[in-house]
Design a protein around this ligand. Structure first.
Ligand code: GTP
Length: 313
């Protein structure tokens, strides 16, 4: 390891926990550090790309699943090409995993000799949505959340504004390991120095053992599927409202950008059952695109496909 290796922080956490919010927070408080960002999203369309505040040359996007399994080869080549082309221009790299990734596997990729010679893992930060109802998750998803926490150097119990103290404490008791370093946050607003100085990654015991791949993270193995949808033109407001109001609980997360027939552009998201919308500059380019991820049960997807057809017509 030499001082010229590029420091890397892995940002993990279940669907909608606040990973992009943390990346944006760190970009806004970089303190002059030149940050590269690699973003992996669960759908065929990378929505996070649009949600990262600063559009930048140093933003690299990987779509369609999970950087740590189906995209493992893609992740290692993306890191290698970034190190070859831009390492000298960057002070630090943030890798935002998809919500269905286990950071243990990303850490394994960072340990490949060709990468390890030029990049050093500085830490894994796992976010947990304080409002997440873990009991409602299928066992494979509960196991994934536990593994994301287990492999973290720092756990952020995020969205503490949404729940009371007793619920936060109950979540911490259920999920954290005795030696888990953790902070409670709102809008993932942790002090940036907690990420960049000093090094987070000090506990080798938390590193995956050689050959350990962490939790299963292919969508099939997790009992999940995803659907991506896009449309060039504007979307009618009423069918959109019906889509949002009737969203089945089996759809665990959706997010996207829509252009409405009244000219407005909105970012729409639902995480842990909570819908949020944010208005964008109406002059921005592009039509509408949405990505959904949820349980494999057929009924919600048939309903969704029908509702999306209504949106476009
Ligand atoms: N109330 C509240 N909302 C939050 C907080 N942090 C993030 N959010 C919202 O939660 C939603 C999901 O946040 P993201 O940062 O996109 O989550 P993510 O982990 O990147 O999501 P995926 O990449 O899709 O897994 C967005 O609507 C955020 O604005 C928080 O502390 N409190």
């Amino acid at each position: 390891m030499t001082a010229s290796t590029l420091g890397v922080t892995v940002v993990a956490g279940f669907l909608g926990a606040g990973k992009t919010t943390l990346v944006n927070h760190l970009l806004a408080h970089a303190g002059g550090r030149r940050l590269g960002v690699m973003v992996n999203d669960f759908g065929a369309l990378n929505i996070d790309e649009a949600l990262i505040d600063e559009r930048r040359d140093d933003l690299i996007t990987l779509s369609n699943g999970c950087v740590c399994c189906s995209l493992q080869g893609e992740l290692s080549s993306a890191i290698e090409s970034l190190l070859a082309q831009r390492a000298g221009r960057l002070d630090h790299l943030l890798i935002e995993c998809s919500g269905v990734s286990d950071p243990a596997r990303v850490v394994n990729v960072l340990g490949y000799p060709r990468i390890r010679a030029r990049a050093r893992l500085e830490g894994v930060i796992t976010l947990v949505d304080a409002a997440l109802d873990r009991e409602a998750l299928a066992p494979a998803l509960r196991h994934l959340v536990a593994s994301q926490v287990e492999h973290a150097d720092l756990v952020l119990i995020n969205k503490v504004d949404l729940v009371d103290e007793a619920r936060v404490t109950a979540l911490e008791d259920a999920l954290l390991l005795p030696d888990s370093r953790h902070l409670r946050t709102t809008q993932a607003a942790l002090p940036p120095d907690a990420v960049f100085l000093p090094r987070l990654s000090t506990q080798p015991a938390k590193r995956p053992r050689d050959g350990s791949d962490g939790a299963a993270t292919s969508l099939e193995a997790l009992g999940l599927r995803s659907l991506s949808w896009e449309c060039e033109g504007a979307v009618a407001t009423q069918p959109l409202r019906e889509l949002l109001d009737g969203m089945p609980r089996e759809i665990l997360r959706f997010k996207g950008v829509v252009r409405l027939d009244d000219g407005r552009r909105l970012v729409l998201q639902r995480a842990a059952g909570r819908l949020t919308s944010q208005e964008l500059d109406a002059s921005g380019q592009g039509g509408s695109r949405l990505v959904f991820i949820g349980e494999q049960a057929p009924a919600p997807w048939a309903w969704l496909a029908h509702r999306l057809e209504c949106l476009a017509s």
